[in-house]
Design a protein around this ligand. Structure first.
Ligand SMILES: [Fe+2]
Ligand SMILES: [Fe+2]
Ligand SMILES: [Fe+2]
Length: 424
């Protein structure tokens, strides 16, 4: 049996991919917003606020178009290395305001480098990755992780440092009193902050109402929408290969949530592609299934992430949260133009053949074929991996388990194709 060479998918003509030029800005902003929900599921908007402030500073400093783009993406993603933690990194930072304390807290200390490492896997974001890795460096060299000094720290990182510190201070002090924040942070100009950048920030607050842009959810949403319009990025659309790498990077963030799911989404994609190929689906459909598989679990990052690491039995309420992940993945992607088909396939990747699945209890053919394929690939990878609730099983036993659940959980035709593929 011929195995589908996935490299072929990276050579499809670009016109087969219908993503608008606003895709990267839409995707990254929605993804980051979902990663930053508080315990009750409300947006905290930390990275959005940092991004809005940083871009205002960048414009005042007359950064060129390319640097503005890097500043935009780096400020949205600056805390992405903290996304595997249970809470948000700013909760820890407000509890440990002193930089020496921050450096000795491993989780705080490690988050810039973790972010840099994640982003470095996507070559288009090479500069952005470096900015993220240095966003806690201090102008006087006392920051972390490397202790870089002055203009050895990338300009965008120095800008983010000011915007980040402002939002952290605003967690403790009221934003309505801008004088209070300015006098509180002013003492760090020349130490934590580049004095020139800090001065630009103060002018923006005093003369151009910078804090008004971030004072309410409505203002934040409005300002982000305006900013996104300026951030069209054709680089990400230059080839399916670039998009593949981008989605793989995003997949690795969700897969890193638990050590047992390392590379899970990548393996699901590999298996799903082979099935789609054997079922003679056309290449653009195979590519869509591949990307949907990469992204199927990103909803796990939205909200309470600690349940995915819990070793004990989950409570009913926790189960409901786990089950909501396919809906959450859909909600993130459905807001990104060009992702509707992928979002739709992901929404149904836990529907069962007999209607007993979730979120809608769809039955049989009512479930999109792509979702039925992903469901089998997802289940097979879970059965053949170690998970907190079971030891991994070997191929034959795993296949037996899939076959036992044909008609109830899985589409008989898909399992038959999968079985042929495994036995080939
Ligand atoms: Fe940070
Ligand atoms: Fe931050
Ligand atoms: Fe899932």
């Amino acid at each position: 049996m011929t195995i589908y060479p996935q490299a072929r998918l990276t050579q499809l003509p670009i016109q087969d991919i219908a993503f608008p030029s606003s895709f990267a800005a839409d995707f990254v902003s929605e993804f980051v917003k979902a990663c930053e929900l508080d315990g009750s599921g409300n947006e905290i908007y930390h990275s959005w606020k940092v991004c809005i402030m940083a871009c205002r500073i960048g414009k005042k400093l007359n950064l060129d178009k390319n640097s503005m783009k890097e500043l935009f993406f780096a400020s949205l993603l600056h805390d992405i290395g903290g996304v595997m933690l249970d809470g948000h990194v700013i909760d820890m930072l407000t509890q440990i305001p002193d930089v020496y304390g921050q450096k000795s807290n491993f989780r705080i200390f490690a988050h810039p480098h973790r972010g840099e490492t994640i982003l470095a896997t996507f070559p288009t974001f090479r500069n952005i990755s470096e900015i993220v890795g240095t966003h806690h460096e201090f102008y006087d060299g006392t920051g972390f992780p490397k202790g870089l000094k002055g203009d050895k720290i990338p300009l965008c990182s120095r800008i983010i440092r000011v915007a980040d510190a402002v939002d952290i201070a605003a967690q403790v002090h009221s934003m309505d009193n801008s004088d209070e924040i300015i006098s509180l942070l002013g003492i760090f100009s020349g130490e934590e902050f580049d004095p020139e950048i800090y001065e630009v920030f103060v002018n923006l607050v005093k003369n151009e109402g910078l804090f008004d842009a971030i004072k309410s959810a409505e203002e934040i949403e409005w300002n982000m929408a305006a900013l996104k319009k300026e951030m069209t990025d054709h680089h990400l659309l230059s080839s399916p290969d670039t998009l593949n790498r981008f989605f793989k990077m995003i997949a690795s963030i969700a897969d890193n949530l638990t050590s047992s799911e390392y590379n899970h989404s990548l393996r699901v994609a590999e298996l799903a592609v082979q099935m789609a190929y054997l079922m003679k689906l056309d290449e653009s459909e195979i590519l869509t299934i591949r990307w949907a598989s990469f992204l199927h679990d990103i909803g796990k990052l939205a909200g309470n992430r600690s349940i995915y690491r819990k070793k004990d039995k989950l409570t009913d309420e926790e189960w409901q949260t786990v089950k909501a992940h396919s809906q959450k993945s859909y909600d993130i992607l459905n807001k990104v133009s060009g992702m509707d088909k992928i979002a739709y396939y992901i929404l149904y990747h836990h529907e069962n053949q007999d209607g007993s699945g979730y979120p809608e209890g769809l039955k049989g053919e009512k479930i999109p074929l792509a979702s039925r394929i992903m469901h089998v690939a997802d289940a097979y990878d879970a059965i053949t991996s170690n998970r907190p609730y079971h030891r991994k099983k070997q191929q034959e036993e795993a296949l037996g388990e899939l076959k036992k659940n044909v008609g109830r959980q899985f589409d008989p035709n898909v399992v038959e194709v999968f079985s042929k593929f495994l036995m080939s």
